[in-house]
Design a protein around this ligand. Sequence first.
Ligand code: CIZ
Ligand code: SF4
Length: 360
Amino acid sequence: AASDPDLVARARAAKEALGDRVFVLGHHYQRDEVIAFADVTGDSFKLARDAAARPEAEYIVFCGVHFMAESADILTGPGQQVVLPDLAAGCSMADMARLSQVEDAWDALAAAGIADSVVPVTYMNSSADIKAFCGRNGGAVCTSSNAKVALEWAFAQEPATPGEHTRVLFLPDQHLGRNTAVLDLGMSLDDCVVWDPHRPDGGLTAEQLRDARIILWKGHCSVHGRFSADVVDELRATVPDVNILVHPECRHEVVTRADLVGSTEFIIRTIEAAPAGSTWAIGTELNLVQRLAAAHPDKNIVFLDRTVCYCSTMNRIDLPHLVWALENLVAGNVVNVIEVDPDTERWAKVALQRMLDLPA
Ligand code: CIZ
Ligand code: SF4
């Protein structure tokens, strides 16, 4: 649908009035009407680095979800404020791992006698306090692009107790953790156990915890978790020469059936490099798939699901919210500021720095 021309004019005028004082970041899963006003687009990690590379911008307007705005605040300077146009734009996956739940799990690992041989690794899609927990406990952050090297690094850490094997607690996306452990590190499904924060002791015995190599937090993405093996099989049977391209947040049985798996940046690069006339079924958020289809009319691009599924929280950021945030900035009201407290920021930075120090 075309955007309201009045709102488009107001967004344009507000951005012009603010000039270099504002920098607008647009995540790949945002609506077209919002992407139209983004100074840069990217995945969560690229956007946080892009924000850090703009010290002259007083205001970073983050069109994405809450954990991404937190990461941008952590990586930007003290003179910069990060604005999230709708504070209700959260992430259901990030919400599946609360700090108190993770601390309870850590206590259970200590009770099983193995806390000092567990390295916590959290996916970027987690709250700042979970990143800080990993920083405090010798762990790191990873993204979907570097999950393999991050896990290799974690498993290479010496356990504090001689004779123990190193284990990883992977937060909060069980699918990224399992897909990386099995498909990139060659582990077996039996090496993975799932910690369910809604069951006593995570639903695991001390023996299961001790035997595991990787303890996967029971979290998932409500968007990528919907893609099914059945639809992949159906497309293979009905669409000649289809290439299946999916994000590693998809379930294991979907990823093992795909031709290619990778981050949003990988998906975009793959489609850009694909030959004209090739056919692709893509398993990631629908706004991005639709934009790729529109940008590549010479390629056949379809969505890997029978239903329409946007990320509902990403979609909360719409043109009215963006205009509201920008016009308030013009009027001198800095609304919806995302500010991580200094202690959380310090330790989250430690975990982020361990990721940045990983071999490329
Ligand atoms: O699923 C998401 O939210 C992704 C892929 C985020 C990101 O940018 O890494
Ligand atoms: Fe969270 Fe999934 Fe939405 Fe990404 S697509 S913001 S992981 S719910």
